[in-house]
Design a protein around this ligand. Sequence first.
Ligand code: ADP
Length: 398
Amino acid sequence: MPSLPVLVLNSGSSSIKFSVYEAGDGERRKLHEGAVDGIGTDQGSFWIKDADGNKLVDQNPALPTRAVAFKLVADALHSGDFPAPVAIGHRMVCGGPTVQENQLITPALIDEMERYTAFAPLHTPIAVYIMRESLRLFPGVPNFVCLDSYFHRTMPEVVTHMPIPEEYSAMGVRRYGAHGISYESIVYQLQPNVPEKLIVAHLGNGASISAIKNGKCLDTSMGLTPTGGIISGTRTGDIDPGVLLFILRKIAETAKSASEAADQLETVASKKAGLLGVSDLSNDMRDLRDAIKEGNAKARLAVDKFTWTIARWIGSYVAELNGLDMMVFTGGIGENDIVSRAEICAGLGALGIALDPVRNNVRGEAVISAENSRVTVRVIPPAEDLIIVNHVVRLLAE
Ligand code: ADP
């Protein structure tokens, strides 16, 4: 196969991130990356860098809508200043029960995935919007969907099935997991020496943790939606369902309709809870660490809840994997927050996990376990775009 420019699109609530790779047989080279940020504001940012980090585009346009933002990207890639993509890969959290494989995007496929918006309500509407726009603005270019849930499709039914009445299970309510492309990229980077029993903690603004056996997902902390699992920046994580019912009843006292009450509950559980909710200060670990230094007790509690939950989850995964060979930290907190890694691992000596404080004093890729640690502990940044390119190249060749 000749080298082809492949565009990778990753859309968030206020930004569209993208990268362009040159991809051929076994060859992957990042040519450009860029972002449009500040959607919904008068002065956003639009930049494109080359592989050496030189800014080739650096603008502050008004970005009243997502449509305006995406058109900037499409216009730039059609301008002749950059290689026009011959294939496009879209990141998508969850395609629902009927779309579990990465595949060519058609209008019918988008409609099908949109039926399950409730399973990733903060992500799916944005992703399907960009997919429709991409089919329109890049006519004739094949677009492929790459699902986070794809990596988790190997979880056994005992893990995915929810303890709820059958009628809801039949609607597709089950555990799908998230961050799958990040996990896939860690396994990819460990090849050819993927350990048999592996735990990966993806600790970013959204946080999750997975048990991986022989390179395949055995269990992951997020559930039907990315709100479940471990506590993260603004999300509750797993919680007694009675708490949600209590909050819902409180909200219902003043809400105008049932759907307004449900939306408000979603905002509480997904945008106002987690580290932000407990600290009453910030969802960003950097702010919380600064506040702890100044003696802020709520910030201390929020971070302690975070590290305690993760340590408990690691313990249960060691039982599930029946041992552990390697533990990997990734994501913004996993890569950068030296203290969180130390605090999570501090009580895990009995599981064979021992950090070396000097080795742990790093940001970015490293082995951080002590020489005598039975379990190897590593920090590995994710390479999600590369995984999407790999899927696009594979699907193009089919
Ligand atoms: P997302 O989940 O949005 O992809 P990232 O994986 O980039 O996010 O993680 C972002 C989070 O990482 C921030 O909210 C912050 O909590 C944390 N973080 C980033 N840099 C640092 C740092 N230097 N020290 C501690 N935490 C950091």
